[in-house]
Design a binder for this molecule. Structure first.
Ligand code: GRF
Length: 192
């Protein structure tokens, strides 16, 4: 199963996938490329260090969002992936991208969707005062953190939690869930 992973930041969840592929935990998964929406991300650096092909479709280089979206779509298509995984990719992709990867664009989100969508899922959950939050892996559609849920798991909020401490505990679960989801999808592909 060929996957392209998109990142905007440190890529610690991506690193977990790289490690799972390297250790043989995901024998049928190949990371064919890692892409970012800006230069200088640690996620791209990690991937290059691991010998994975990388690319940047720099959002700021395109005067129109639609032009950036087109370039990203074309770039991802060029790798002929079975799935594109948004792993901390902090840009909303447009219709052209969603249509090109209809049902095969996977997103991870650090909250129990449909609660707390958007860029600040952990902060918003904490501010609301929920006692349980979690993470979601889902097929992304044209909305913001919407689309069919593949896996979800709860994480308890502790009284002393800060956004960072809670996010770190969520990410531990998120990594496991993402790897399990990729294993599920690869197994499904294998048997079809
Ligand atoms: C994850 O919690 C992801 O769901 C969120 O950003 C985090 C990515 O962290 N949107 P990292 O770049 O994998 O360390």
């Amino acid at each position: 199963m060929r996957i392209v992973v998109l990142v905007s930041g440190t890529g610690s969840n991506l690193q977990a996938v790289i490690d799972a592929v390297a250790s043989g935990e995901l024998p049928d998964v190949q990371i064919v490329a890692v892409g970012a929406d800006k230069h200088g991300t640690y996620g791209v650096q990690r991937s290059a260090d691991a010998g994975i092909e990388t690319f940047v479709v720099n959002f700021k280089d395109y005067p129109q969002r639609s032009e950036w979206n087109h370039a990203l779509t074309e770039k991802c298509l060029s790798y002929q992936p079975d799935y594109v995984v948004s792993s901390g990719f902090m840009r909303i992709v447009g219709e052209e991208f969603i249509n090109a990867f209809d049902g095969t664009y996977i997103n991870t989100h650090p909250a129990l969707l449909p609660s707390f969508p958007g860029a600040h899922g952990v902060r918003d959950a904490l501010a609301y005062g929920v006692k349980v939050t979690g993470c979601t892996v889902h097929i992304a559609d044209a909305g913001v953190d919407t689309g069919p849920i593949l896996r979800q798991e709860a994480v308890t909020v502790l009284p002393e939690d800060t956004e960072d401490s809670l996010h770190e505990r969520i990410k531990v679960v998120e990594r496991r869930l993402l790897i399990a989801t990729l294993a599920d999808l690869a197994a499904k592909q294998h048997s079809s």
